[in-house]
Design a protein around this ligand. Structure first.
Ligand SMILES: NC(=O)c1ccc[n+]([C@@H]2O[C@H](COP(=O)([O-])OP(=O)(O)OC[C@H]3O[C@@H](n4cnc5c(N)ncnc54)[C@H](OP(=O)(O)O)[C@@H]3O)[C@@H](O)[C@H]2O)c1
Length: 251
C-alpha cells in the first residue's frame, strides 16, 4: 500500500487506458489522486482501469479525447475542470509509433507521430497551465523515450517527436518555475506493453542483449518514477529527464 502523498490532487494521464499510462493511473490513484483517465478509442480498456482504481478504494473519471485535436482537448479538459476542479498533475503519456525507414516514410506517418506525441503534449499543457499558474503549484510530466536521446533506425519520426518533447519540457520548466510548476520528462527504455509486443522476436532479442539489467522494463517501474516527480519529494527537480531504461543508454 502506497502512502497517500497525492491526496486532494486531480491528475490527468493521457493514454491511460493501456500499457504505461494504465500503470501510471493505478499508481497515482493509489497515492490518493483523483485520476482522469484519457484514451483515444479503447473504452473497454479505460473502464477496466477505472474499475481497478475503484476496487482499490481510489477515485477516477473517464476522459476520452484525441490529444492531437486542439479544440477537443480544450473542450474536454474544461468540462472536467468545471465538474471536478483544476488539474494539478498532468502526465502527457499518449503516444504512437509509425515506424519505417526514412527513405520510404510517408508524410502522413511523420505528421501523425508528431501530432500525437509532441503537439498532443503542447495542447494539454496549454489547457492545464492557466489553472496551475493561478494555484502556484503544478506538475507536468512528459513521457519521452530513450530513442529521443539515442536515435533509432526506422524511427526518425518518433525519435524527433521524443527529442522535441525534451526541448519543449525544458522551455516549459523555465517559463513556469516562478509559478511553482515543475516540468520533467520520464524517458522509458524497452518496456513490456502493446507497443513493444509487435516488435519482431529478432529485434527483441537484439535489444535484450544491449540492456545491462538483462530484461525488459515493466510499466509499474515507469509509473514509480512518474509518481516521484509528481510528489513533494521532487519539489526542486525541474527541466530534468529521468531515464528508466535498465542501463540501455547511460546519461
Ligand atoms: N513501451 C515502451 O517500450 C516505450 C518505450 C519508450 C517510451 N514509451 C512511451 O510511453 C508512452 C506509452 O507507451 P505504451 O507502450 O504504454 O503504449 P500503448 O500500450 O500502445 O498505449 C498507448 C496509449 O495511448 C493512447 N493514445 C494513442 N493515441 C492517442 C491519442 N491520439 N489521443 C489520446 N490517447 C491516445 C492509447 O489509447 P487507446 O487505448 O484508446 O488506443 C493508449 O492508452 C508513449 O508515449 C510511448 O511513446 C514507451
Amino acid at each position: 500500500m502506497c502512502e497517500k502523498r497525492l491526496a486532494g490532487k486531480n491528475a490527468l494521464v493521457t493514454g491511460g487506458s493501456r500499457g504505461i499510462g494504465r500503470a501510471i493511473c493505478l499508481r497515482l490513484a493509489q497515492e490518493g489522486a483523483h485520476v482522469a483517465i484519457n484514451y483515444a478509442s479503447n473504452e473497454d480498456a479505460a473502464k477496466e482501469v477505472l474499475a481497478l482504481i475503484e476496487a482499490d478504494g481510489g477515485s477516477g473519471s473517464l476522459l476520452p479525447f484525441d490529444v492531437a485535436n486542439t479544440s477537443q482537448v480544450k473542450e474536454k479538459i474544461s468540462a472536467f475542470v468545471k465538474e471536478k476542479g483544476p488539474i494539478q498533475i498532468l502526465v502527457n503519456n499518449a503516444g504512437i509509433t509509425r515506424d519505417g525507414l526514412l527513405a520510404r516514410m510517408k508524410e502522413q506517418d511523420w505528421d501523425q507521430v508528431l501530432s500525437v506525441n509532441l503537439k498532443g503534449a503542447f495542447n494539454c499543457v496549454q489547457a492545464c497551465a492557466r489553472d496551475m499558474m493561478k494555484a502556484r503549484w503544478g506538475r507536468i510530466i512528459n513521457i519521452g523515450s530513450v530513442v529521443g536521446t539515442s536515435g533509432n533506425p526506422g524511427q526518425a519520426n518518433y525519435a524527433a517527436a521524443k527529442a522535441g518533447l525534451e526541448g519543449f519540457t525544458k522551455s516549459v520548466a523555465k517559463e513556469m518555475a516562478t509559478r511553482g510548476i515543475t516540468a520533467n520528462v520520464v524517458a522509458p527504455g524497452f518496456i513490456e506493453t502493446d507497443m513493444t509486443a509487435v516488435l519482431p522476436d529478432k529485434v527483441k532479442e537484439r535489444l535484450l542483449g544491449e540492456i545491462p539489467l538483462g530484461r525488459m522494463g515493466q510499466a509499474h517501474e515507469v509509473a514509480a518514477a512518474v509518481s516521484f516527480l509528481a510528489s513533494e519529494d521532487a519539489s526542486y527537480i525541474t527541466g530534468h529527464t529521468l531515464h528508466v531504461n535498465g542501463g540501455l543508454v547511460c546519461q
